[in-house]
Design a protein around this ligand. Structure first.
Ligand SMILES: *Cc1c(COP(=O)(O)O)cnc(C)c1O
Length: 458
């Protein structure tokens, strides 16, 4: 046994032999000799360990492993995928894909100098992102908008700048975890504000807030339940009632709206998702929202509302630490242009997906099954908005269930590791591609990939 191990160790190739292998050489041009040598040494060291653990390695596997590791290093990352999951805002797949115009604007601003903080008319230093303030004013009535890195940063910055050292009232049903470790009680603590919980988990009234207001109270914080729903015996006061209370007692009414919705979600058969305009009209002083959920733009946090308060937030020292970069500002401005032009449902992918009719999706699936012959079958599905928006709401959809002799798990892996990755969903042990989340221009590449994978699997 010991002899066998020694023999296996001796039979391992030298670093130079692996590096000189033609297959490895072919990949080395993409990462350079130093990285390739490091990878070869890592692979050999792993091989030694597994030999000592009793697993034997053969030379061929080592070459393949080196080639695969180098490729993984030089491949585009994160890899592009086709979303067949039926989850429109899919956090693991990068949330909202942006419109073509938005992607172009982002790429252009990234590769060029831009008038980020320069007023071109005067040549003087200008404000950052002021055009977005103008756009948002047209769309929501907000006096001022500040764009930061994401909504988590927006909420934190808002609370730090406005509430540090004071008490913030939050309904017990809203002192929640949003996902990915973003917990309202923790964020409040880190911002230096004191969380005062009011009401109960399922029912909170204006009178609960009213009773809890003291001289230390600086704000009432409303948090949109974006990834869960409390159903049944529930009560929450209307924003306007809370706004009246806040105003009469001289405290701020702040809101974490979550998704940043600008359109009426009900026109597409979804539940009502509060819009930024509604919040502001109801009298909320400052609202925070994500730029890459229902807004459908690049990752960003939007802080909108009262000019004096948003200015105060913008001047806080931490604002610099979470500010949006030029590509984010360019992308956000380009996305907002779609809402101004009224063509968001045609061009903003999140709204394009939400607004497709189920019958249209069924027809799309018919084209797909026609192309794939007997290897796919149309099935009705339910798609969801996802990404912490509209919890519990789903949309009628259609997908194709793929037929293959391999198991669903194997086929799904083959699709995920194809040249263009397809991430399907698995329903009742069948691999399904939901038509609602495949982007408007992806039919051809999807069908090519499905044909190739299904042909290889059979
Ligand atoms: C998604 C969400 C957040 C976090 O936003 P990010 O853009 O992911 O940082 C915070 N609050 C609510 C209510 C959310 O839905």
């Amino acid at each position: 046994m010991v002899d066998a191990k020694i023999q296996a160790l001796r039979s391992l190739p030298a670093v130079s032999a692996l590096l000189d292998h033609p297959d490895v050489q072919q990949e080395t041009v993409f990462v350079g000799n130093a990285a390739a040598a490091r990878i070869v040494r890592d692979v050999l060291s792993e091989a030694r360990t597994s030999i000592l653990d009793g697993h034997y390695e053969r030379g061929r596997d080592l070459t393949e492993r080196v080639v695969a590791t180098i490729r993984a290093l030089s491949n585009e990352s994160p890899a592009r995928v086709i979303n067949g999951t039926g989850v429109i805002i899919q956090t693991n797949l990068g949330r909202a894909p942006v419109s073509r115009d938005t992607a172009t604007a982002m790429a252009r601003s990234a590769g060029r100098y831009v008038a980020l903080e320069t007023d071109l008319a005067t040549g003087e230093r200008g404000g950052r992102g002021w055009r977005i303030t103008e756009q948002m004013r047209m769309l929501t009535g907000a006096e001022r908008t500040l764009v930061v890195n994401n909504n988590a940063a927006a909420v934190y910055l808002m609370l730090t700048a406005l509430c540090r050292g004071g008490d913030v009232l939050v309904s017990r049903g809203e002192a929640v975890e949003i996902g990915g470790g973003f917990r309202i009680p923790d964020v409040l603590r880190e911002s230096g504000a004191n969380l005062i919980e009011v009401g109960t988990t399922n029912r909170t009234y204006v009178s609960d807030y009213e009773r809890a207001i003291t001289d230390n109270t600086v704000a009432i914080l409303k948090v949109h339940a974006s990834n869960f729903a409390i159903v049944g015996f529930t009560a929450t006061p209307a924003l306007a009632e809370l706004a009246a209370l806040a105003k009469s007692r001289g405290v701020f009414l702040l809101e974490d709206a979550g998704s940043g919705c600008l359109l009426d979600s009900q026109q597409f058969g979804l539940e009502h998702e509060p819009t930024l305009e509604e919040s502001l009209r109801a009298g909320v002083d400052v609202v925070c929202a994500s730029g890459d959920k229902l807004l459908g733009g690049p990752q960003a946090g939007m802080i909108v509302g009262n000019e004096r308060l948003v200015d105060r937030i913008a001047r806080h020292p931490m604002a610099r630490a979470v500010r949006a970069d030029k590509t984010c500002l360019a992308g956000t401005a380009a996305t907002l242009r779609h809402y101004l032009a009224g063509d968001a449902t045609d061009h903003v992918p999140v709204w394009w997906a939400i607004s497709r009719k189920s019958s249209w999706l069924e027809q799309r699936c018919q084209t797909w099954t026609h192309h794939l012959g007997g290897l796919a079958e149309i099935i009705p599905t339910r798609a969801v908005v996802g990404g912490g928006s509209l919890p519990g709401a789903s949309l009628e959809s259609h997908g194709i269930a793929l037929q293959s002799s391999v198991s669903a798990e194997t086929l799904a892996r083959q699709l995920r590791t194809a040249q263009t990755a397809v991430v399907p969903r698995i329903i009742d042990d069948r691999v399904v591609v939901d038509a609602r989340t495949v982007l408007a221009d992806e039919d051809e590449v999807l069908l090519q990939t499905l044909s190739a994978v299904l042909a290889a699997a059979d």
